[in-house]
Design a protein around this ligand. Structure first.
Ligand SMILES: [Fe+2]
Length: 274
């Protein structure tokens, strides 16, 4: 498992704001030089609260090849099933070339997938609490709420959206079991740095991007951190994220199927009978 850079960025912002704030408390010369000290301190407290609110993490893991083939086998069969249930009426995906399908997460065929997904989601919650130094009152039972597939083709896309769960605490995940060759050949921003959008390069075609703040195309040129994480889709790579985290999927050109499997997890409080 690895986590994207968000954690470090916000922890850095919090540390800087806290250091500046303690300077106000401890340094009387600083106070004397600063007639608007209350406003400044208030601003710093606001910065800390904002950074803490954004302190989130995107967990990246790799599914074993066996699970990818279980999913593909299930979906190949589902696509041929005349009784397959569309998930399009509850999803924002603008999928015209392909389909969005409801998957039966309780079926025997997907048992291994269900166990693996739920255990990673539980690990995500535990890691999040550990990273943020928080504790929950009572345990949580983490179960899949919905599992679905997106079979997208040229021109299909997902507008900016978040996910919903039955519980206030919700975890979501997304993975890919098929990726067209032209997407696989693109630069991976997590390995090779920032993408270059100039000259209509198509550098993010078919990519998934998460957003947690306001961004501009000039960010790097004005030394402003970008509040977004771009993920190149790869077969078997899976991302876990809090369900509120907004994201979008860019369209791609050319042949081939971009096959996504996604899930939402409820985190029901467990009664402690001891
Ligand atoms: Fe989504």
């Amino acid at each position: 498992m690895k986590y994207k850079a968000l954690e470090y960025r916000y922890k850095g912002e919090i540390a800087v704001a806290k250091a500046e704030l303690s300077n106000y408390f401890e340094n009387s010369v600083g106070v004397g030089d600063h007639p608007h000290i209350i406003d400044s301190m208030d601003e710093l407290v606001g910065q800390i609260a904002q950074a803490e609110e954004k302190l989130t993490a995107l967990m990246e893991a790799q599914l074993p090849e066996k699970l990818v083939s279980i999913l593909n086998k299930y979906l190949d069969k589902l696509l041929k099933n005349k009784d397959r249930i569309t998930a399009a009426d509850t999803l924002v995906g603008q999928i015209h070339g392909g389909e969005q399908l409801t998957m039966d997460h309780e079926c025997e065929e997907l048992e291994e997938v269900r166990i693996d997904f739920c255990s990673i989601a539980a690990r995500y919650v535990a890691d999040f609490l550990g990273m943020t130094g928080q504790t929950l009152i009572g345990n949580r039972q983490i179960d899949i709420d919905k599992l679905w597939s997106v079979h997208s083709y040229e021109g299909d896309y997902n507008p900016l959206h978040d996910h919903g769960t039955k519980t206030a605490m919700g975890v979501s995940c997304t993975t890919w079991t098929k990726i067209p060759e032209q997407i696989s050949k693109l630069t991976d921003p997590s390995e090779e740095g920032k993408l270059n959008y100039y000259n209509a390069s198509g550098c993010s075609d078919g990519f998934l991007e998460f957003f947690y703040g306001r961004n501009s195309t000039r960010d790097k040129e004005i030394l402003k951190p970008t509040y977004a994480t771009m993920c190149k889709p790869k077969v078997g790579t899976i991302y876990f994220f809090p369900s509120w985290l907004q994201h979008t999927v860019y369209p791609f050109r050319g042949e081939g199927e971009r096959r996504t499997v996604a899930a939402n997890f409820n985190c029901f409080p467990v009664e402690n009978n001891e």
